[in-house]
Design a protein around this ligand. Structure first.
Ligand code: GLU
Length: 468
């Protein structure tokens, strides 16, 4: 049997972080088994589904590297097929038309409530002769659900979960306007797409009972389900807006790398011993459906940040330059030309050592894009006192002759030079930093000026020393 999984988001907003985890789990499970991972857009609720949300989901999945195999399926495009199956269920005696009016059902519920009974459809059209059908009422189609026995979900995560069939009423499959319900659409689509395994949030566990009943009525095999506990916030409550960002794309904007978020989401509700840093290859090798926890995992931004710090260090420098270039251009208000780009690339190794996110990296890397004359930050301005300027002016002459122009030789020179002139290293290094970067903080300054080169460094010093 080829394993086929799917991710089936409803496009009513951004890609929720929980949805991203569901997509990841399904993808890994399929890849582990050498199978396929499909995407189905559950866009039957036309009022709430938007093209914008569909695009946002594609965009976020592609950023996260969770693209599906084959073309995505649109659930709404399969409406006729869903209706066909509803009719098939009527023909086989597993479903029937119900002509109860909304007012009648409201009254039924009112009476059930007053009698302290559970509010469920009472099956009033289940055995009635269709010739009793009142004129002018468009019927719904309901499943003739089993009334005794039980429905069992053998769940990969939750274990065996059982519900008495008396607890489930005859659910609607097709509404009176002919539109299929979610339950019917999901079953028909999962069957037609050949889905063998479904990993999804445990908010769908109760739906699984109903879906299994439909599968049985159709004499189709239900997929194997695994209902994963929802993600909670650090306070233990279900993740919600008040915990901060909920959309996967917000984590991109906060400067997280997709591989860091993938690794983080993987560990959220699944474990492989004590392993924290897990590569994509290892994840595929290990993700066989075991190791999924029953307790809800708590989202912890500090842990995600720690992983991101790790992945930033491991990332290819040229890729990082490309990722932060648009941000630097916005920040420095100047295009990153070839010269700035190669300086940034040369400085990346030490920039990324100090960054937790791409936002940090953008801010610290911007120094290589700023053009002369520099706008000095207030703290840099303060460092550049008259005394500091004269230290710079004197040092500048020595710098003109220094060979070779490398970070090591610059540092050795600065140490010797300050010692010989009765200065502390900081009395030279700080003004140099302020003059060359316009700031009081930067990566190691001798590395920075090595990267800028002699001409640019001397010009920047002159910009300061020649200013009245
Ligand atoms: N469309 C459903 C949702 O976004 C998921 C349905 C399913 O996975 O069966 O919650």
């Amino acid at each position: 049997m080829t394993v086929v999984t799917r991710f089936a988001p409803s496009p009513t907003g951004f890609l929720h972080i929980g949805g991203a985890r569901t997509a990841l789990f399904n993808r890994l499970f399929a890849k582990h088994h050498g199978g396929r991972y499909l995407l189905r857009i559950e866009d039957t609720d036309k009022k709430r589904s938007t093209q914008e949300a569909i695009d946002a989901i594609y965009d976020a999945l592609s950023w996260l590297g969770l693209e599906c195999d084959g073309d995505p399926v649109s659930q709404s495009a399969r409406r006729d097929r869903h209706a066909e199956i509803a009719q098939q269920l009527i023909d086989s005696g597993h479903a029937y038309r119900c002509y109860a009016s909304p007012e009648e059902l409201k009254e039924m519920r009112k009476q059930q409530k007053a009698a302290g009974q559970p509010m469920r459809y009472d099956g009033r059209w289940r055995d009635r002769d269709p010739s009793d059908a009142p004129a002018g009422i468009d019927p719904v189609i309901r499943l003739r659900a089993p009334q005794d026995g039980e429905t069992v979900v053998e769940d990969i995560v939750q274990g065996q979960v059982t519900v008495a069939n008396t607890q489930l009423d005859d659910m609607i499959l097709l509404r009176s306007d002919g539109s299929p319900t979610y339950m019917l659409s999901v079953v028909v689509d999962d069957h037609d797409m050949g889905i063998t395994h479904v990993l999804r949030g445990d908010d769908h566990l109760t739906n699984a009972f109903r879906q299994i009943q439909i599968f049985k009525a159709l004499d189709w095999d239900a997929p194997i389900y695994g209902h994963v506990p929802l993600i909670h916030g650090p306070d233990g409550a279900k993740l919600s807006k008040r915990h901060g960002a909920l959309g996967a794309e917000a984590y991109r904007d906060m400067g997280f790398l997709p591989e860091a978020l993938r690794n983080y989401l993987l560990r959220l509700g699944w474990g492989h011993g004590d392993d924290e840093i897990i590569s994509d290859e290892q994840a595929i090798e290990w993700f066989d459906g075991s190791g999924l926890g029953k307790a809800p995992a708590r989202f912890d931004t500090a842990k995600l940040t720690a992983l991101n710090t790790h992945y930033l260090k491991a990332a290819d420098n040229a890729r990082l330059v490309e990722l932060i270039t648009p941000g630097i251009e916005a920040l420095a208000e100047t295009p990153v030309d070839d010269i700035a780009g190669s300086r940034l690339a040369a400085g990346m190794e030490s920039l990324k050592e100090r960054a937790k996110t791409l936002v940090d990296l953008t801010e610290s890397g911007a120094l290589y894009a700023h053009q002369r004359p520099l706008k000095l930050e207030a703290k840099a301005e303060k460092i550049l006192s008259d005394e500091a300027k004269s230290v710079l002016a004197a040092a500048q002459k020595a710098l003109m002759e220094l060979e070779p122009w490398t970070a090591e030789s610059l540092e050795t020179w600065a140490r010797d030079y300050t010692e010989a002139n009765g200065l502390k290293l900081g009395q030279l290094a700080q003004p140099l930093r302020a003059a060359v970067t316009g700031s009081n903080v930067s990566p190691p300054i001798f590395e920075v000026i090595a990267i800028f080169g002699r001409d640019e460094t001397v010009s920047r010093i002159e910009d300061i020393t020649k200013k009245a």
